[in-house]
Design a binder for this molecule. Structure first.
Ligand code: BES
Ligand code: ZN
Ligand code: ZN
Length: 485
């Protein structure tokens, strides 16, 4: 689907369907809505008077014969109270329009912008909404005829700039979702590295991978301990964006890339285990964010690092009680082989520092505990530097991704003290999210760092009006905003 801009009057836009956002309390008797009402032959007034459509959030009305419009159909979208609405409201509604009009077999859709400054959000919402996870259906595929999605605004520069940026970000996110959605027999660590390489080549990023031997030489025993239970060789994937203007700042985005998490010897129950293919969502999201960053060209250097492994209980698998040595020299007692994310991140963040990272943000489907605490609504953020954490929360607010900070209190350290080694990889049932993050803290040392746990938010369990079931690539918009502004 192609996103376009138009400065025509909304009633002059030729299309299969025009979507119009209406706020709660807006009157059909005055202003532009009176004109829309008149053109609809009084339909709007009658819907509003009957209370069938008054602009409440979530309301929609589909007018098959709208009247004096060049659009063949009209879709009215309730947006709730105008003073509570922002670009995120537009993002969602542009998505609702795309998904619902696609179902109605529309080819050419238009969306009337109520504010040109929301063009980026609208483009993101529309493209994000039409992602389909049904790649491997051989029949009964969702039949999409959608070809164009036109944003109707007033100021061409603003609309075009917004939609171009929005398209870059949403197309990158959808690419990430495709990668996350791949089954683990196809998306192995080597396949994930090939995806990253393809992106790097296409968009002009530096690229390298470390293989097992190189990781052994670097002393990455923590990552290799996880990888040894699988026949799939691990990779440390590194993508590099270098700013054209000299910058002292190098932001490292580090994404957990466990291409399948069986739990290892501490094996997971069978029920729902198939979902553990998305345990590389942090890694795929990192690759996706790097793709957008390469196109938007910020003036800071950025590293995208993905430790990619498969966590399997093979004959060579590590055992509970094993002690491994991380790249920093720290020893770790592996109490539970299912807490593997923190083990691979330990070596990945250390490598990020070795490569010159001045700030680190990691993105990981790290704990089930985060879903219990925050559900599929908020990403948990914990970090060692409040300014950095605040910057992430602010970037999330601006882009419609929600973050909730949890405490990284030093008292959690007690729970992960080991009798035999410097640290152990789990700290019991209590505060599982905090002990998980505290574990990583020791490996970033003094570098400003924030950890984002996307286990609850990277996969959407039900189809929604603006969002398909399946991978969400949450984090792409935040990370792009964080580094590109
Ligand atoms: N990949 C899982 C976390 C996860 C759970 C992601 C549900 C997505 C959905 C992670 O590696 C894991 O197994 N964590 C354990 C940690 C525990 C052993 C301390 C967990 O959360 O149960
Ligand atoms: Zn696990
Ligand atoms: Zn995992």
């Amino acid at each position: 689907m192609q996103i376009k801009a138009s400065l025509q009057k909304y009633f002059d836009v030729e299309c299969d369907a025009l979507a119009v956002v209406i706020y709660e309390g807006e009157s059909y008797a005055e202003g532009w809505l009176s004109e829309l009402d008149m053109r609809s032959g009084g339909t709007l007034a009658s819907l509003m008077a009957a209370g069938e459509f008054v602009g409440k959030s979530g309301e929609t009305a589909y007018l098959p014969n709208p009247g004096a419009f060049k659009a063949r159909r009209l879709l009215l979208l309730g947006a709730g109270k105008q003073d509570e609405a922002d670009a995120n409201t537009t993002r969602k509604l542009a998505g609702v329009a795309a998904r619902s009009l696609r179902k109605k077999k529309a080819r050419h859709v238009a969306f009337l912008l109520r504010d040109d400054a929301h063009a980026q959000a609208a483009a993101e919402g529309a493209l994000w909404a039409i992602f389909d996870p049904d790649k491997y259906h051989t029949k009964d595929k969702e039949d999409s005829l959608l070809e164009t999605y036109t944003l109707v605004g007033e100021n061409s520069d603003a609309v075009i700039a917004g939609l171009e940026r929005g398209a870059i970000i949403a197309e990158a996110a959808n690419y990430g979702r495709e990668v996350i959605n791949e089954p683990s027999n196809l998306m192995t660590p080597i396949a994930l590295a090939a995806k990253a390489e393809e992106v790097a080549k296409t968009y002009g990023l530096g690229f390298e991978t470390l293989d097992e031997k190189q990781m052994r030489e670097l002393g990455m025993g923590s990552l290799l301990g996880v990888a040894q239970g699988s026949v799939e060789p691990p990779r440390m994937i590194v993508m590099t964006y270098k700013s054209a203007v000299a910058s002292d700042e190098t932001v490292a985005i580090v994404g957990k890339g466990v291409t399948f998490d069986t739990g290892g010897i501490s094996i997971k129950p069978a029920d729902g285990m198939e979902k553990m293919k998305y345990d590389m969502a942090g890694g795929a999201t990192t690759i996706a964010a790097m793709r957008a960053i390469a196109q938007l060209k910020p003036s800071v250097n950025v590293l995208g690092i993905v430790p990619a492994v498969e966590n399997m209980p093979g004959g060579k698998a590590q055992r509970p009680g094993d002690v491994v040595k991380a790249m920093t020299g720290k020893t770790i007692e592996v109490i539970n082989t299912d807490a593997e994310g923190r083990l691979i991140l330990a070596d990945a963040v250390a490598y990020a520092r070795k490569l010159g990272a001045t700030k680190i943000v990691d993105l990981a489907t790290l704990t089930g505990a985060v879903s219990i605490a925050l559900g599929d609504v908020y990403v948990a953020v914990l970090g060692n530097n409040q300014e950095w954490v605040d910057a992430i929360i602010a970037a999330g607010k601006a882009t419609g991704e929600k973050y909730w900070q949890l405490p990284l209190d030093k008292d959690y350290r007690e729970q992960i003290k080991s009798e035999i080694a410097d640290i152990k990889n789990v700290g019991g049932r209590k505060a599982g999210k905090m002990t998980g993050a505290y574990f990583s803290r020791g490996f970033v040392e003094e570098t400003p760092w924030a950890h984002l746990d996307i286990a609850g938010t990277a996969w959407n369990d039900n189809n929604k009006p603006h969002l398909a079931i399946g991978p969400t690539a949450v984090g792409v918009r935040t990370l792009v905003k964080l580094v590109c502004g």
